[in-house]
Design a protein around this ligand. Structure first.
Ligand code: FES
Length: 116
């Protein structure tokens, strides 16, 4: 279960139909780019940092989705660094991590939660 206790701002990202299945879209909030991922195969949505921490390229919204065991993951298409969609850790072992944001679906709309 995802706790939304600390979310201060819920930003409407768009309609669920705006985001292709098993792929990502991108949202800008203040100085952040957020990858919004519609992981249709797992029936889950994620909102994660779009910048790949390897070279700070805005790439993860176009990343490749998959699983490592039970862990849903996204791989950067540039150099294949792979991150857990659950907690943002780098599954390749590097000390690089991506930020995670709450996401919720209300009706047919997608909202992303921010702490500020
Ligand atoms: S920029 Fe993403 S793995 Fe290199």
């Amino acid at each position: 279960m995802i706790a939304f206790t600390y979310v201060k701002t819920w930003l409407k990202a768009g309609k669920t139909s705006d985001f292709p299945s098993n792929r990502g879209g991108c949202l800008k909030y203040k100085d952040k780019q957020i990858a919004i991922i519609n992981f249709e195969r797992k029936k889950e949505w994620y909102a994660r940092q779009n910048a790949c921490p390897h070279k700070m390229k805005m790439a993860l919204s176009r990343g490749m989705l998959g699983s490592m065991g039970d862990i849903p993951k996204i791989s950067c298409h540039l150099h294949k660094r792979t991150f857990s969609l659950v907690d943002g850790t780098n599954l390749n072992g590097d000390d690089l991590k991506i930020a995670t944001y709450s996401v919720k679906i209300v009706g047919d709309e997608v909202f992303v939660g921010f702490l500020d």
